[in-house]
Design a protein around this ligand. Structure first.
Ligand SMILES: CNc1ncnc2c1ncn2[C@@H]1O[C@H](COP(=O)(O)O)[C@@H](O)[C@H]1O
Length: 287
């Protein structure tokens, strides 16, 4: 395990609210419990449980969103999540999150993303490169920086952002997310992800926004085939996304299409086994 932690890594499939420290979630839930917003004893065991079915995962996300969706907390979890990936020697991280709107607390999709950026700026334990710069041949990509005061090497992590569209959203809301991604390109946003409970919503709903994103040069990744849905899988592959996530329920025909279209797959081994999407590692498509 040690060699795995020490090896420099690239993480391409990390959901912000899926990567929060349990200790932070418990602390925040405790605070909301004290304010009477939630009953802490009802949620504590839900947070502590490590393996959950896919159905339970999405119920947990609803709870997490209640706990984390205010600007200050979004900033805190972003900072912690990136620090945690850096401590495991991730050197390039694509962090995805669903911009959220909540009028009652003055949160817009943009202000949610600004809180994320604030979290990136607040990191001090590691150097963070999150604003893409034009490639300068005189400054090669590095994963260590020299600390001029102490003379010691400091870790560096490159962070890029993907804005997620949740399958519960409308065509208009998805379009708003794509427009926001375009506005935030200079701030490290590189693409769009379609995610959320795979048994909710229709893929067609998101097609106009994703087509627009593609035309505008944003990279697109789709959660595809996390549950069996042949029609949707085939239509998603026909869209030719730049990447897909999961690909658990593919049949021979879809694997052929995937290979001929040269679409890379973000394999989510741990998630698929823990959520029981794939019953055993021996039959996982990674092998
Ligand atoms: C387990 N497999 C999965 N399949 C599909 N979507 C998933 C997911 N895991 C996470 N998400 C998506 O990411 C959101 C949480 O992070 P953010 O609030 O965006 O930061 C979830 O609400 C869901 O939409």
């Amino acid at each position: 395990m040690e060699w795995c932690v020490s090896m420099p890594k690239i993480e391409l499939h990390a959901h912000l609210n899926g990567s929060i420290r349990d200790s932070t979630l418990l602390e925040l839930a405790g605070g909301l419990g004290e304010k009477g917003v939630i009953v802490f004893s009802d949620v504590e065991h839900v947070i502590r449980k490590s393996d959950r079915t896919l159905h339970e995962v999405f119920k947990l996300f609803d709870l997490i969103h209640v706990i984390t969706t205010d600007h200050k907390t979004v900033t805190r979890i972003t900072k912690e999540v990136v620090e945690d990936f850096a401590s495991e020697n991730v050197v390039y991280l694509e962090l995805r999150t669903t911009p959220k709107k909540n009028d009652s607390i003055g949160m817009s999709k943009r202000s949610y993303m600004e809180a994320v950026l604030e979290g990136l700026r607040a990191i001090t334990v590691v150097d963070v490169d999150f604003v893409p710069r034009s490639i300068d041949v005189s400054s090669p990509v590095t994963t260590m920086n020299m600390d001029t005061f102490s003379g010691t090497a400091r870790k560096k992590i490159y962070v890029r952002l993907l804005l997620s569209i949740d399958r519960r959203e409308s065509t208009e809301a998805a379009l708003e997310t794509v427009k926001l991604a375009l506005e935030m390109r200079d701030l490290g946003v590189v693409g769009i992800d379609l995610s959320g409970n795979p048994i909710v919503g229709q893929w067609d709903t998101f097609f106009p926004a994703l087509e627009f994103a593609k035309e505008q040069g944003l990279q697109i990744t789709l959660h595809c085939g996390e549950v069996p849905n042949k029609k949707e899988i085939q239509s998603m592959l026909g869209f030719l996304p730049h990447r897909i996530g999961h690909a658990c329920c593919f049949e021979e025909e879809e694997w052929r299409k995937l290979k001929s279209s040269e679409i890379p797959v973000e394999i989510c081994l741990t998630s698929n086994i823990r959520t029981e999407t794939i019953s055993s590692i021996d039959i996982h498509h990674f092998g």
